[in-house]
Design a protein around this ligand. Sequence first.
Ligand code: AMP
Length: 294
Amino acid sequence: MHIIGNPRSQQALSRRWRNEGKRIGLVPTMGALHEGHLSLVRASIESCDRTVVSIFVNPIQFGPKEDLKRYPRPFSRDCAMLKRLGVDAVFHPSPSAMYPRGFSTSIDVGGSLTRGLCAPRRPGHFRGVATVVAKLFNSVEPDSAFFGAKDFQQAAVVRRMVADLNMGVDVRVMPIVREKDGLAMSSRNAYLSGAERAGAAVLYRALSAGSGKIAAGERRSSAVRAAIRAVLGTVPLARVEYLEITDAETLEPLLSLRGRVLMALAVRVGGTRLIDNMCVRVPQGRLRRKIRRK
Ligand code: AMP
């Protein structure tokens, strides 16, 4: 398994592979790998001839008060996991290799995708994400890139950027991998104390309650939100930062639910900020049929 420390060497390796006719898959990560990341790696290995996993804790996507310094970086352990899976290269640049002195270009994805959810709570975050993903794409030159639905808004922003800038990368979004109790796997779960970890499962229970309401015929966003909030309220350690129900394509808030709907939330459990979401397709016309039958 190659371990590559700068964009030029990664480009050279990728171009060699391309000349050999190999399809290249990229899995961008910040490391501290768990089964969620590994599901993306497996998907890449299955559909591509060469898989590159990038491990880069991207400083420009963290706010000044966020956990950049504290973010876990168990690099040797991560490499051992990736080697076992059969990954071909780990792209692990230093911050100065990615952002040398004088670096001054960034990518801003505008419009509805960056108006709500995490965007107003993390100013500059998606600019940092789009910029680093563009740099990773230019370094690895992948055919396909694999992202998790865990970061739903991020995946939507990346898709938009790829379409708008004709990047020619096939973006694949894979399902959320969860712990047994439903907690979405995340490198940040390591910050949770025992009691916080137990409480954190409330995010999934709450989203499931929302999805249950919709399945039972509820179409008012306010009622579904109330059902989700009621469950979140059962764990005093959990403080809601946002809870939004949006159209899954545009990420615009919905009053009345139809089509593909995203329920997304950010919750602080103790000092740790957790995000989770659930996407559901609202069955058409169900409520009306029910009323007619009565
Ligand atoms: P991160 O290292 O947190 O930046 O995540 C790297 C990639 O892994 C992103 O595309 C995430 O959406 C994805 N990912 C993180 N956690 C999960 C999970 N529990 N299930 C599926 N994908 C995940």
